[in-house]
Design a protein around this ligand. Structure first.
Ligand SMILES: *[C@@H]1O[C@H](CO)[C@@H](O)[C@H](O)[C@H]1NC(C)=O
Ligand SMILES: *[C@@H]1O[C@H](CO)[C@@H](O)[C@H](O)[C@H]1NC(C)=O
Length: 286
C-alpha cells in the first residue's frame, strides 16, 4: 500500500521545500593551512590588509589578485577573490558575497598561513606562497544527487547542458539551460583562456563519470568548478560522495537529523492510517 518509495519521495520533497533557497552566501567549502603564524606578526597585518582589499575591490571588479610583499621577505601574502559571473560589482552583490566570505574565512582560519573559502556566489583565497596564475586541478568537493533513473528525459537534458558548458568559446563563466536542467561553470580569473578550458574539461569529465545518472552534481576543483541541477532541486542536502573540509559537517548532521525526523513522522502517519484502516475493517465484521 505505501511502498518505501512513497515515503522516500515525501521525505525528499520536504527537504527540497525546506532547503531550496540556495542563497549566494550558502557555504560550499572552506579549508586552512595547518601552520599558524604568531599573533601580532607582520604576516598577520598583511593577511588582514589583503582580506580588506578583497572587500574594497569587489565593489569595482568581480575578480582581482593581490600581492603584499613582506618587509622581511617571509611575510609576503598572496590572494585572490572571484565572484560568480552573474554577480555584478555595480549592484554590490559581488562585494556583499566577498565580505561574507572574508568574514567566514576569518573565523574559520584564525592564525592560519593560508586559507580558502567558497560560497555559492564567490571564492576567496590567500596564502604565503604564490598560487596566482597557477593551474590547480585538485578535487576539493565532489558530490552527486540521488539517481534519476534510466528512462529519464532529464539525462538527455543534462547531457545537453553539460555540452554547453564544455564549449571552448565559453569564457570563464558559463551557463547552460535545457528544460528544467541548468548548469553553471566558473574559473578563477587568474587562469588563462586555455588553462580555464583545461580545468573545466577536468571538472566536467568528473561530473559525467562520477555523477552519471544523478539529479544534480557539483565538482569543485581548486581553480574552477562545474555543476548542474534540475530547477527547484537546488538542495544539495541529500548528496553523497562529498569531501568537504570544514564545519559543514555540523550542517550535515543537522540535515541527517531532519531527514530522520521527516522519515520518522512519515512512517508514523503511514502506520497510524494503516491501523485506522485495520480497525475499520475489524469493526465491519471481517
Ligand atoms: C609558508 O609558511 C610555512 C609555515 O610557516 C613555511 O613552512 C613555508 O616555507 C612558507 N612558504 C613560503 C613560500 O614562505
Ligand atoms: C594580477 O593583477 C594585476 C593587476 O591588478 C594583473 O596585471 C595581473 O595580470 C594579475 N595576475 C593574475 C595572475 O591574474
Amino acid at each position: 500500500m505505501f511502498p518505501t518509495k512513497t515515503i522516500l519521495f515525501i521525505a525528499v520533497v520536504s527537504l527540497l521545500i525546506t532547503f531550496s533557497f540556495a542563497a549566494v552566501d550558502t557555504f560550499i567549502y572552506g579549508g586552512c593551512s595547518q601552520a599558524k603564524y604568531f599573533p601580532g606578526s607582520p604576516y598577520e597585518s598583511n593577511v588582514n590588509s589583503i582580506l580588506t582589499s578583497f572587500v574594497n575591490s569587489a565593489s569595482l571588479y568581480t575578480y582581482n589578485n593581490f600581492t603584499l610583499d613582506g618587509i622581511s621577505g617571509d611575510s609576503s601574502v598572496y590572494g585572490l577573490y572571484q565572484c560568480r559571473g552573474d554577480l555584478s560589482s555595480a549592484s554590490g552583490d559581488c562585494a556583499r558575497c566577498v565580505a561574507r566570505a572574508v568574514s567566514r574565512l576569518g573565523s574559520l582560519c584564525v592564525g592560519a598561513y593560508g586559507g580558502a573559502l567558497q560560497l555559492e556566489g564567490c571564492f576567496v583565497k590567500y596564502d604565503n606562497s604564490t598560487f596566482l596564475g597557477v593551474e590547480d586541478k585538485t578535487v576539493v568537493v565532489r558530490r552527486c544527487g540521488p539517481p534519476v533513473g534510466y528512462n529519464s528525459d532529464e539525462l538527455t537534458r543534462r547531457d545537453a547542458v553539460v555540452g554547453y558548458l564544455t564549449a571552448s568559446s565559453g569564457g570563464s563563466y558559463r551557463v547552460g539551460v535545457s528544460g528544467e536542467v541548468q548548469g553553471v561553470a566558473q574559473c578563477a580569473g587568474d587562469l588563462s583562456v586555455s588553462e580555464c578550458q583545461d580545468c573545466l574539461m577536468e571538472s566536467i569529465g568528473r561530473l559525467k563519470s562520477d555523477c552519471g545518472g544523478a539529479a544534480w552534481g557539483d565538482v569543485y576543483l581548486a581553480k574552477c568548478y562545474a555543476r548542474y541541477s534540475a530547477r527547484g532541486s537546488y538542495s544539495r542536502a541529500n548528496g553523497y560522495g562529498g569531501n568537504r573540509k570544514s564545519n559543514d559537517d555540523e550542517i550535515q548532521k543537522t540535515l541527517a537529523i531532519i531527514v530522520g525526523l521527516i522519515a520518522g513522522v512519515t512512517l508514523l502517519v503511514v502506520f497510524l492510517s494503516f491501523m485506522a484502516k485495520s480497525c475499520e475493517r475489524g469493526k465491519g465484521g471481517k
